[in-house]
Design a protein around this ligand. Structure first.
Ligand code: CMP
Length: 142
């Protein structure tokens, strides 16, 4: 297996979407979108684990709300591979605010609000590598 970091991104099916029974539908859209799932697991983050993941947002006013929500129930974490994975996954997710997301995107379809927006995706290749390694060991990557 060759490491293709540039073609790898990280995604989360957030607690709102998992609670709402949308995990399967989102996974279908991911595979239909040409992504290979390189790693996947269902986890229930503690508040501290969510705070560690969103460390870059610590000073933002919504940090408490965000990390409480992200630790409110199980979520599915994913390492996704595709050519141009970071942009392709962000395009499939749509805008952060579901109200502003394009028709056909995951956040338009499954997101309820700016905070509870169904999915997360890395914003750069550099952050994708950091985020994948926050949740997955090399042994968990197939
Ligand atoms: P995500 O891609 O997971 O990265 C940071 C998250 O913070 C973002 O999706 C939103 O869900 C959330 N977020 C951004 N702005 C706000 C806000 N004003 N209030 C609550 N949550 C927000």
């Amino acid at each position: 297996m060759t490491e293709q970091t540039g073609n790898l991104t990280f995604g989360i099916i957030k607690p709102d979407a998992v609670r709402g029974g949308k995990t399967g539908a989102v996974l279908q859209r991911i595979t239909d979108g040409g992504f290979k799932i390189r790693a996947m697991k269902l986890i229930h983050m503690t508040k501290k684990e969510a705070e560690g993941f969103y460390e870059v947002h610590r000073e933002r006013p919504f940090f408490g709300e965000l990390t409480t929500f992200m630790s409110s129930g199980p979520c599915a974490v994913l390492a996704l591979e595709r050519e141009g994975a970071v942009k392709a996954w962000r395009d499939l997710m749509g805008a952060t605010d579901p109200a502003k997301a394009d028709a056909g995107t995951l956040r338009k379809e499954f997101g309820g609000s700016l905070g509870e927006n169904a999915v997360h995706g890395s914003d750069s290749e550099e952050n994708a590598a950091i985020e994948v390694s926050y949740f997955f060991s090399r042994l968990e990557m197939v």
